[in-house]
Design a protein around this ligand. Structure first.
Ligand code: ARG
Length: 289
């Protein structure tokens, strides 16, 4: 009995988390620049170290591969300095691709490149969005539904088209703080059921909706949110997030996640972080292992 007591595991308040292998599309930052300002983080006069951006992006890609994910590449185009932010190109659910239609003319031609990529890969259900939506920047899949940001880029009017093409319920969430202009800067999906977010980025009605839908969500501090801590990629176990969001990494570890800190200083000068650089390719249901 005494032995049994000595070897009994100490009570821990963390669960063993399982990683789900994912498939991503990324775009190398070969032509990355900050030459216009379409969000408050972009300062065209501040120098960007493109070589460092390439190194940071490569480290992100290598990390994803090392932890067991697959990564496809789309060719970067010289005239599109924000194309590294592949999350914005489309939303893909069950092999159905909704190609983004961008708010700003500077990024509008990216849609053609993404449409061509998906059609060239044999995707059967490709739709070019009629309404403005900026892909996974504003569309996050959790608990079988699409959380859809609106207010700065994606329009509320686009949510019906998203529901119809992706065949998932869509919950519209209104962003109010211009620093958090895409949903994926204010909210991150941690696993099939759970999210983390900074309530301050949302309208009062959207905050209420989030509290109702995710009562146990991790509520992140503003100081981590402004360091793009919510622009995180989670596979259910590993959470890749900017190294600058230090206290958030600790809080994730307390909940049993494995934070993986990445330096994304150069991408942050365009208003982006790790999540902005990946577009998740979710296969048709029958193709799942
Ligand atoms: N400079 C880009 C823009 O303002 C950054 C996009 C970041 N992407 C994202 N998914 N949050 O459009």
């Amino acid at each position: 009995m005494r032995n049994a007591m000595r070897t009994a595991p100490a009570p821990v308040n963390r669960t063993e988390r399982a990683a789900v292998p994912c498939h991503f599309l990324m775009c190398p930052p070969t032509h990355f620049r900050v030459e216009y300002a379409i969000n408050p983080w972009m300062e065209p006069d501040r120098p960007v170290d493109r070589q460092l951006a390439v190194e940071q992006w490569s480290a992100l890609r290598e990390t994803l591969l090392r932890i067991g994910h697959r990564v496809e590449l789309i060719e970067p185009l010289p005239s599109l300095p924000d194309m590294v932010f592949a999350a914005n190109g489309a939303t893909v659910v069950d092999g159905r691709a909704l190609i983004a239609t961008f708010r700003h003319p500077q990024r509008a031609p990216e849609s053609d490149a993404y449409e061509k990529w998906f059609r060239g890969r044999g995707y059967q259900r490709v739709r070019r969005a009629e309404h403005i939506n900026e892909g996974e920047g504003d569309h996050l899949l959790v608990a079988g539904m699409v959380l859809a940001g609106n207010g700065f880029r994606t329009t509320a009017a686009s949510h019906g088209e998203t529901r119809d093409h992706l065949r998932r319920p869509v919950v519209g969430l209104t962003l109010l703080d211009p620093r958090f202009y895409h949903l994926d800067t204010a909210l991150a999906v941690l696993d099939d059921e759970q999210i983390m977010y900074w309530p301050g980025a949302f309208s009062p009605a959207s905050r209420r909706r989030l509290a109702e839908l995710f009562p146990a969500a991790l509520r992140v501090e503003e100081q981590d949110a402004v360091r793009f801590g919510l622009n995180a990629i989670s596979d259910g176990r590993h959470v890749l997030l900017p190294a600058a969001a230090r206290s958030l990494a600790g809080r994730l570890a307390e909940r049993g996640y494995q934070p993986v800190a990445l330096d994304v200083s150069e991408l942050a000068k365009a208003g982006g972080g790790p999540k902005c650089c990946v577009l998740q390719l979710r296969p048709p249901p029958r193709a799942r292992p």
